[in-house]
Design a protein around this ligand. Sequence first.
Ligand SMILES: N[C@@H](CCC(=O)N[C@@H](CS)C(=O)NCC(=O)O)C(=O)O
Length: 213
Amino acid sequence: MVLKLYGYVHSTAAKLVAMVLYEKEIPFEYIEIDLSTKKNRSEAYLAIQPFGQVPCIDDDGFILYESRAIARYLEEKHPNQGTKLIPSDPKKRALFDQAASIEAFNFDCYGVPLFYEVFVNPRYGKEVNHEKAKELTATLGTKLDIYEQILAKQPYLSGDELTLADLYHLPVGNVLFMAGINVISERPNVARWYNNMASRPSWQKVKDGLGAA
Ligand SMILES: N[C@@H](CCC(=O)N[C@@H](CS)C(=O)NCC(=O)O)C(=O)O
């Protein structure tokens, strides 16, 4: 049975999973869970994703959620198909794990609240807290200054090879651009790294929304 991906057209986390499916050349059926009409809160969807979030996959009856866990599962199930996204060598793999933690604890945890503060909240009638936005931008900037040093010496965050840890940055990096927050483009090596990933055909297929391809 073809793998099912439950997502939402604008979901950053679902875009990551769709991108990885394309990178791994895994055919899939996309099922839209419309967050704007609260379809994610339906009894049927909560039965497979109790937090009511997208993405979620159904791989022949195996249900899995959390985008990064799904991405790892897809890579580990199909290590020799499509783009290799986690190295096998123990040291390279440890550096991949390190890079994945860098993304979670130095990028995502500042980038997501910043995007919500500047872009999402005003669309729901909430005033932008400029002080908070400034603080988050400054903190994210100091973290990206360190990315800049790392990426001056190597093409990817864990070394010479592209891994999932690099791709994890794309969806939130993209919405930061959308919100006019230039923390990536202001840093030449970070921008080179980001643009190189963003030009991949897999990202081009998903970046403007899921469900069209
Ligand atoms: N850590 C989760 C985050 C999932 C998430 O926050 N999804 C959002 C869309 S990008 C969602 O479903 N929001 C609806 C809600 O939380 O009710 C992952 O990486 O999969």
